[in-house]
Design a protein around this ligand. Sequence first.
Ligand SMILES: [Zn+2]
Ligand SMILES: [Zn+2]
Length: 103
Amino acid sequence: MFKKDIKNEVINNNLNREIYGKLLLDIRWLDFRKRILERDKNMCVVCQSKTNLQIHHKQYHFSELSRTYKKPWEYNARYLITLCKKCHDKGHAKYKVPVKYIK
Ligand SMILES: [Zn+2]
Ligand SMILES: [Zn+2]
């Protein structure tokens, strides 16, 4: 395993456990989330289901400067897609969300 992979692993774990749980209840996220859902016509972009919808981040951006992740609502909307829980879980089981290091 490469050093960079280990670093990603640590970051991903911290991200999921600590940060996201709290942030996803933030009003700024709820507003942003609504915008994405409306853009995707309140449907999963994979199977068109309209139930158990979730928003998926296609990339996570980590700032080298502040040593933190962007807040979920700070992303450009093109990095976010609407998925139903089933497709979302399937996607995460199959692919790891890439972490992009930004200044
Ligand atoms: Zn789906
Ligand atoms: Zn996701």
